[in-house]
Write a protein that binds this ligand. Structure first.
Ligand code: FES
Ligand code: FES
Length: 185
């Protein structure tokens, strides 16, 4: 049994304490925003925040997390309103998006301790690999998030997740008629 705080709630994992935190999060807690990339500490897709520090959840076991506080991307904000999330969207710092949760968690941990990082600070704090190559946009996004956190800029909130109910209602008859809901006549 491994007990710790997960997204502000006390949890007890009845898994082998040697199990990587990543598998506890994804397979037991159903927190699949934390991604599996390499499983050996190279890619950063599995980054979560533990006691304020960004760590690779594939490299620590549930037992090693005992008594600590873990935050995953699901709890960074409930509505995509964290400045890093807003800035990633606003700067288009996402292509396939697979690496994005890990980058956002690393960026959030960096900005919590330094809200005005240099490009070099950002590159140093975000060792994450991105096959799509959005690195320059990521640096811009993190700096922009810093400006938001320092109160120097506002970003309009990203749209709420999911399809709007009115669009869903419109799409059903369109699909039944064999038409795409995205095609306007
Ligand atoms: S899955 Fe953890 S660093 Fe790649
Ligand atoms: S956005 Fe695709 S791997 Fe980074």
């Amino acid at each position: 049994m491994s007990r710790f705080t997960l997204n502000d709630r006390p949890v007890a994992f009845r898994m082998d304490p040697q199990t990587p935190l990543l598998w506890g999060l994804r397979n037991a807690a159903n927190l699949t925003g934390t991604k599996f990339g390499c499983g050996q500490g190279d890619c950063g897709a599995c980054m979560v925040i533990v006691d304020g520090e960004a760590i690779r959840s594939c490299l620590v076991s549930l037992g090693e997390i005992e008594g600590r506080s873990v935050t995953t991307i699901e709890a960074l904000s409930r509505d995509r309103s964290h400045p890093v999330q807003q800035a990633f969207v606003a700067e288009g710092a996402i292509q396939c998006g697979y690496c994005t949760p890990g980058m956002i968690m690393a960026a959030a941990a960096l900005l919590a301790r330094n809200a005005d990082p240099s490009a070099q600070d950002i590159v140093g704090a975000l060792p994450n690999l991105c096959r799509c190559g959005v690195y320059p946009r990521v640096v811009r996004a993190v700096q922009r998030a810093g400006r938001v956190m320092r109160g120097e800029e506002r970003i309009a909130a990203a749209p709420a997740p999911g399809i709007r109910p009115e669009d869903a209602a419109r799409s059903v008859p369109a699909m039944q008629a064999g038409r795409s809901p995205d095609i306007r006549e």
